[in-house]
Structure formats: C-alpha cells, structure tokens
Design a protein around this ligand. Sequence first.
Ligand SMILES: NC(=O)c1ccc[n+]([C@@H]2O[C@H](COP(=O)([O-])OP(=O)(O)OC[C@H]3O[C@@H](n4cnc5c(N)ncnc54)[C@H](O)[C@@H]3O)[C@@H](O)[C@H]2O)c1
Length: 255
Amino acid sequence: MKKLKNQVAIITGAARGIGAASALALAKEGSNVVLVDILPSEEMKQTILQEAPDVEVLSIVMDINDSQAIKRLMADVYQTFSRIDTIVNNAGTCARVDLENLTEDLWERDINTNLKGTFLMTQAAIYPYMKEQKRGKIINVSSISGIMGGPFASSNGKKSERSGPGYAASKGGVIAFTRWVAKEVGSLGITCNSIAPGPVETEITKGMDYPLTNQIIQRMGTPEDIAGAVVYFASPHSDYVTGEVLKVCGGSAIG
Ligand SMILES: NC(=O)c1ccc[n+]([C@@H]2O[C@H](COP(=O)([O-])OP(=O)(O)OC[C@H]3O[C@@H](n4cnc5c(N)ncnc54)[C@H](O)[C@@H]3O)[C@@H](O)[C@H]2O)c1
C-alpha cells in the first residue's frame, strides 16, 4: 500500500538534485507532485511520469522570492487537486565566499532564496489552505551549515571555499523558523520539520572535497538519502513529530 496515495506535494528546487529526488520518491509513494523551480523541470516531469505513471505531475517555472506568484501557485494547485498535503521547501543557493569577501548581493541572494522563500511558501500554503483542511506537512531543507557553521571543505586546496556565512545564517534561520511555525500550527493539525543534510553529491558541491574520513559513514550523501527523510516527514509515520531537525549527514555533525 502506497503511503501517500492521492496526496499532493509541492517541491521547490525540483528541477535537479535533492528536490528532484524528493519529488520522485514522493511520487513513487503515490503523491501527485508539483515541481517548482526557477529552471525548467520538464525533463524531471517526464522521468517521474515514467517511474510513477499513476500520479499527476505539474512543472512550474517560478522564483520563490515572488510572493504574488506563490499565491497564484497555491490557488492553482488547490483548484486543481482540492488539497495541498505537503510543502518541501528545498530550493536553495550557496555562496562559497568567506566573510572578508562576501558582498551584500551574495548575502541577500542566500538569505532571500533559502530563508525568505521558505517563509513565503510556508505562509501561503498554511493560510488559508492547510489551516482550512486541518492537515499539512511542512518540510524545510536546512543544512548542517545552519547548525555548526559551514563544514570544512576545500576546492583546489583552498579552505575558504566552504559554504559561506550568508548560507550558514540562512540555514540556521530556517531551523529557527521551523520551530516557530511548528509551535504556531500544531493545534491546526500541521507539522513542520527540517532536514539538515551533510555533504550531498549535487551541483552545489561539484568540485568540492570534503574530509570524508572524519565522517562515521565515509561517503558523500546522495539526493536519494535526503529524499528518504522527506518521505518520512510527509508520511503518517511522522504524525507525532514536529519542530524537529533531522541531520542526514553520515554522522559528520553528530552530537
Ligand atoms: N548538496 C548538499 O551538499 C547540501 C547540503 C546541505 C543542504 N543542502 C540544501 O539542499 C537544497 C537542494 O540543494 P541541491 O544540493 O539539490 O542543489 P541544486 O543546486 O542542485 O538544487 C537547488 C535547486 O534550487 C533551484 N533554485 C535556486 N534558486 C531558486 C529560486 N529563487 N526559486 C526557485 N528555485 C530556485 C535551482 O534552480 C536548483 O534546481 C538546498 O536548499 C541546499 O542548500 C544541500
């Protein structure tokens, strides 16, 4: 029996990487999926339709900083399916710049995409849709950077190319936002949790070397490793879990 049959999930940053793997995993559990990305996600839509032919897949090009577009998206999805079960706030940017060289523009890009985008999507999904249906799952992809500061990594031997202070601040903010929202909407039947990935093989980590020998599980994570946690938080298995941060990091940020 599929865990998420007939449900509807909206996944941001779903054109590739962790978002794409999460959308596919949710679809394989029977959820209809709405792929949102600033890049076209048509190719991912076709992959999902091949692997999960029973579900509907919508592919939307949208910037998660555009509050009006987000409101239209929620209204359209609700009109189409009459429900919005799960939001996966996954879209993200990561400036690999040290404090000395971080510009205001790059700071704002990471804060706006990672933190403001998460706020706008969450607000527009809950009010009015999840509040009225008295049910919903908000899943925010943060990062171990938001817990421990950017983990050490190098590119061509240069340590400074680990994820920057704007990224760490935005992801720490996502964790605090997750807990705030969890407390606010628990009585409405809505849970809000966060996943904090460690280093995962995607565009964001391309060309980077992580000291994997310091990890308990000595390999890079895969997008599918994170997608498994997304399915857990979308499913009834996590109905009594809210305000939590699940590190999926091979033990690199244990403690
Ligand atoms: N890869 C890792 O090691 C790692 C570790 C910790 C956390 N994360 C987080 O996981 C999430 C997914 O990242 P990924 O590793 O799959 O990287 P990725 O770059 O492959 O995916 C990010 C996606 O977000 C989309 N996006 C960026 N800005 C957007 C915007 N304004 N509106 C809509 N879409 C936008 C991009 O087009 C892209 O498809 C991010 O939030 C990232 O911070 C990744």
